[in-house]
Design a protein around this ligand. Structure first.
Ligand SMILES: Nc1ncnc2c1ncn2[C@@H]1O[C@H](COP(=O)(O)OP(=O)(O)OP(=O)(O)O)[C@@H](O)[C@H]1O
Length: 591
C-alpha cells in the first residue's frame, strides 16, 4: 500500500482462521455474557414467533377454523395477535439488550485500542498516518457496532426462518417443498456470485472515499500551509477529482446493484408464481397454499438478506483483523506510577557511549555514528551544528523515543533502558522548537506538565515563565481558549506556555530546542530570561541555533553529519580553527 493511502475497511474472506481470530473479540463481550445470552434467547423466541405467522395467517383465512372463542374473534385471530405482541415485546428487549452489550463492549474495545495505540513506540507512528489510525478507532469499531447489534441478529433470525420455514413446508407438502427448493438454490448460487462481483465495486468506492478523506484531513490539519501557499484551489481540484472518481465507481456499482436487486425480485417472485401454480395444480387447499407462499416469501427474503449479512460479516472480519493487528503490536514498556522510586531518581548525569543510530524507517542511513559525550549534573551543554547534523535525534534518544542501534545512553552511570520508561521520562522535560498546544485553555495546556496541578501552582509556573503578565491581560485569564494547536497565541507566547509547562514539571533534566524563528527583541528577552531561570539548578541540554545564547554554556558539542567534530567551551572553541569558529564568526558578523 502506498503511504498516502488510507487502507479502507477491508472485507476479508470468511476463513476458519480469521473466524478464530475474530472470536478473540468475544473476550470483550464476556463480562456482559448473561445479557448477551438473554438477548439471544429473546431473538430466538421472537424469530420462532415470526415463524408461526404464515401458519396462523393460513388458519385465519381457513373457514373451517372459524370457531369463535370471544365475541366475533376466532382462535387463529387471537393467536395471531398474541404472537405479534410477543414478537414485538421480545424484539424490543432483544434490541435493548444487544445495544447495551454492544455499547459497553465497544467502549471497552475503543479504550483498549486507544490505550494500546498511544503506548506504541514511535517507530509504529513513523509508518502510519494519523487519519488511518483514527479511522481504526472510529470507522472499524462502528462497523463492529453494526455487526453486533444488527448483522448477527439478522443472521440468526434468517437462519431460523430458513431452517424452520423449510421444516414446516416439508411437513405441509414435501413435493411442493422440493419443487420450490429446486428453484431457490439456483437463484442463491447466482445471487452469491453476482453479490461478489458487486462487492468489488463497493470496495473500490471505499478506497476512493478514504483517499478523498485524506485530502480533507491533511488540508484541515495543515490549513495554515494551504493558505500560505494559496493552494486552496489546488486542493479543491484534488478533492473534486477524488470524490468524483468515487462517485463514478459508485454509480457503476449502483447499476449492478440495481440489476442485482431486480434479479432477486424476479427470481424470488418468479419462484413464488411457479410455486403457486404448482400448488394449485396439486389441488392444495387455499389456506395451506397461502401459508406455503408466505413461507416461501420469508425464505426468499432471508436468502436475499443473507448476502448482505455475509458482506457485513466479511467487513467486520476485516475491521477486527485491523484492530487485532494494532493490539498485537508490542507497546513501549510503560507503567503508571504514583511516585518515582528512589533508586530511579536521576541526578542529572548523562553519558552517550559509542551511540550509533539509524531511524527505523531508514535503517540503512546512519544518522549518528559512534557518538560519545558526557554531561555532568547541573551543567548546561549546548548542541550546535549544521541542519540535519543529528541534534534532535540525540534528544529523541535521551527521551528514549528511540533506542540506539548500538552503543548506550546512561543516566548516572545506569543504562537508560534499565530505568522504567515512564519514570525516566517524567524526570525530563522538553521545551520544543515547535510548541504543540492542545485546543483547550491556557490552564489546561500548562497543567500538561503536571496533570492535576492547582490553580496557584499554574499561576506560579506562569509567573516563572514570564507568561503571567500576558495571560492576565486576557479577559478570560488562565481560561483563555488557545485555539486549535494554539493558533490564537503568538510564537513567543506559545513558547512561554511551553516553558511554564516545563517549570511545573520541575524536571531533573531539561531539554531546550531553541526556536529558529526570531522573536522580537522584547519577546526574545522575556523568553530567554524565563529559560535562564528554568535552567538554573538542573542539567540542561540546549539545541542552539543562535550562538549568542550559549556563550556561557559549560560545554558546547559541535555535531556534523552525525559525528561530534568539536567539543569545549565557547572560549576554547573559538581558539580552534574549526566549524564552531566559522559559524560563530558568521553569526556575529551578521549581528
Ligand atoms: N523520523 C525520521 N525518519 C528518518 N529520518 C529522519 C527522521 N527524523 C530525522 N531524520 C533524519 O535524521 C537526520 C538528522 O536529523 P535531526 O533532526 O536530528 O537533525 P538536527 O541537527 O536536529 O537538524 P535541525 O537543526 O535542522 O533541526 C536528518 O538527515 C534527517 O533527515
Amino acid at each position: 500500500m502506498r503511504k498516502d493511502e488510507i487502507s479502507p475497511i477491508e472485507k476479508r474472506p470468511i476463513k476458519l482462521s480469521s473466524l478464530k481470530k475474530t472470536f478473540r473479540l468475544f473476550h470483550y463481550v464476556k463480562p456482559y455474557w448473561p445479557q448477551f445470552a438473554l438477548g439471544l434467547l429473546f431473538l430466538l423466541v421472537s424469530s420462532l414467533a415470526g415463524l408461526a405467522l404464515p401458519k396462523l395467517l393460513g388458519e385465519l383465512v381457513d373457514g373451517k377454523n372459524n370457531a369463535q372463542v370471544f365475541n366475533g374473534l376466532n382462535r387463529a385471530g387471537v393467536l395471531l395477535v398474541g404472537v405479534l405482541l410477543a414478537q414485538a415485546t421480545f424484539s424490543f428487549f432483544r434490541i435493548v439488550l444487544f445495544v447495551n452489550v454492544t455499547e459497553k463492549t465497544l467502549a471497552t474495545l475503543r479504550q483498549t485500542v486507544y490505550g494500546h495505540m498511544i503506548k506504541l513506540p514511535m517507530k509504529f507512528f513513523l509508518e502510519k498516518r494519523v487519519g488511518e489510525l483514527s479511522s481504526r478507532i472510529s470507522a472499524d469499531i462502528s462497523l463492529l457496532q453494526e455487526t453486533f447489534t444488527t448483522t448477527l441478529a439478522e443472521f440468526i433470525r434468517q437462519m431460523i426462518l430458513i431452517v424452520g420455514g423449510v421444516t414446516i413446508m416439508l411437513l405441509t407438502s414435501w413435493q411442493l417443498t422440493f419443487f420450490m427448493l429446486a428453484i431457490l438454490p439456483v437463484m442463491m448460487v447466482i445471487a452469491v456470485f453476482f453479490g461478489k462481483f458487486i462487492r468489488k465495486f463497493s470496495k473500490q468506492v471505499q478506497e476512493q472515499v478514504a483517499k478523498s478523506n485524506t485530502v480533507v484531513e491533511e488540508t484541515l490539519q495543515g490549513i495554515f500551509n494551504v493558505k500560505a501557499f494559496a493552494n486552496e484551489f489546488f486542493e479543491i481540484a484534488r478533492y473534486k477529482e477524488r470524490t468524483n472518481e468515487a462517485a463514478k465507481i459508485g454509480m457503476k456499482g449502483g447499476r449492478f446493484r440495481g440489476f442485482f436487486s431486480s434479479f432477486i425480485i424476479l427470481g424470488i417472485f418468479g419462484a413464488l408464481v411457479a410455486v403457486i401454480w404448482r400448488g394449485v395444480a396439486m389441488h392444495m387447499p387455499t389456506a395451506s397454499l397461502l401459508s406455503f407462499v408466505l413461507y416461501s416469501l420469508f425464505i426468499g427474503g432471508s436468502i436475499a438478506g443473507l448476502a448482505e449479512v455475509y458482506t457485513n460479516l466479511q467487513k467486520s472480519i476485516g475491521a477486527t483483523e485491523h484492530l487485532l493487528e494494532i493490539l498485537d503490536e508490542p507497546t513501549e514498556d510503560l507503567a503508571p506510577f504514583n511516585e518515582i522510586k528512589r533508586e530511579n531518581i536521576v541526578d542529572g548525569q548523562i553519558s552517550f557511549r559509542d551511540v550509533t543510530f539509524a531511524y527505523p524507517s531508514r535503517p540503512d542511513l546512519t544518522i549518528l555514528d559512534k557518538v560519545s559525550f558526557d554531561v555532568y549534573p547541573d551543567q548546561k551543554v549546548a548542541l550546535v551544528g549544521p541542519s540535519g547534523g543529528g541534534k534532535s535525534t540525540i534528544v529523541s534518544l535521551l527521551l528514549r523515543i528511540y533506542d540506539p542501534v548500538s552503543g548506550s545512553v546512561y543516566f548516572d552511570g545506569r543504562k537508560s533502558d534499565s530505568i522504567p520508561l515512564s519514570q525516566l521520562r517524567s524526570q525530563l522535560a522538553i521545551v520544543p522548537q515547535d510548541v504543540f498546544l492542545f485546543g483547550g485553555t491556557i490552564a489546561e495546556n500548562i497543567s500538561y506538565g503536571k496533570p492535576g496541578a492547582t490553580e496557584a501552582e499554574l499561576i506560579e509556573a506562569a509567573k516563572q515563565a514570564n507568561a503571567w503578565e500576558f495571560i492576565q491581560r486576557f479577559p478570560d485569564g488562565m481560561n483563555t481558549i488557545v485555539g486549535e494547536r494554539g493558533v490564537q497565541l503568538s510564537g513567543g507566547q506559545r513558547q512561554r506556555i511551553a516553558i511554564a509547562r516545563a517549570v511545573l514539571k520541575n524536571p531533573r533534566i531539561l531539554i531546550l530546542d531553541e526556536a529558529t524563528s526570531a522573536l522580537d527583541a522584547e519577546s526574545e528577552r522575556l523568553v530567554q530570561d524565563a529559560l535562564d531561570k528554568l535552567m538554573a539548578g538542573r542539567t540542561s541540554i540546549v539545541i542552539a541555533h543562535r550562538l549568542s545564547t550559549i556563550r556561557e554554556a559549560d560545554k558546547i558539542i559541535v555535531l556534523d553529519k552525525g559525528a561530534i567534530i568539536e567539543e569545549g567551551t565557547h572560549g576554547e572553541l573559538v581558539e580552534q580553527e574549526g566549524l564552531y569558529r566559522m559559524l560563530s564568526n558568521m553569526q556575529f558578523q551578521s549581528n
